[in-house]
Write a protein that binds this ligand. Sequence first.
Ligand code: FPP
Length: 224
Amino acid sequence: MNPLKHVAIIMDGNGRWGLKYKNSRNAGHKAGLKVVEKIIKETIKKEIKYLTLYAFSTENWKRPKNEVNYLFKLLENFLINKIEDLNNQKIKLKIIGYKKFSKKLNKLLNYSEKKTSKNSKLQINLALNYGSKSELIGAFKKIRVKKFKISEENIDRNLQTKNIPDPDLLIRTGNTKRLSNFLLWQLAYSEIFFEKKLWPAFNEKDYNRIIKEYRKIKRNFGKI
Ligand code: FPP
């Protein structure tokens, strides 16, 4: 049975779900956040150590202002209301992506990371203003400044995901088969599951079904 240390998720389909059932894309994001909470609980239950969630990409800034503002307000309220609880559950929160938000949100993100930094039950990597290509460019620039050689280890060490093992499993909901500039380097050998359901409709049962399938896969890492 495959060990499972790290699950990464592209939570796609909020907008479509919101429009279909509530006549508003933002309502889909609100419902999506409820699913995030359920999946965090289930991840702890399964004793998985890392959960990486793609919450906002570098490309998502191109969305209407109203939607972008709504997403960040949702995140802000979530942290204000839940960081105590996450900390009590021994969850460590780490932001990947460049923190270029409002002063208030940057402060809140830094506070949340610092408060939970010693926890080790589950590490949640929240990808915010994250783009894999810009992450890789950043890593190469750091390597050049340090005059280090270009090697797999040096690239790993200079990514925003340094010290985090590569994802074993990537799940993308929303019936779309693409990676959308997410962890392009780190997903080199991950098992990828594309799920038809939209993120707000995804539940613990779906998550467990995918984990069960994943466990059965013979992972070769290029060998036979
Ligand atoms: C993609 O669906 C989803 C996002 C860009 C945002 C993800 C946010 C959440 C799940 C809720 C907030 C989470 C936190 C942690 C505060 P989409 O909008 O691209 O859906 P579509 O493909 O149907 O348009």
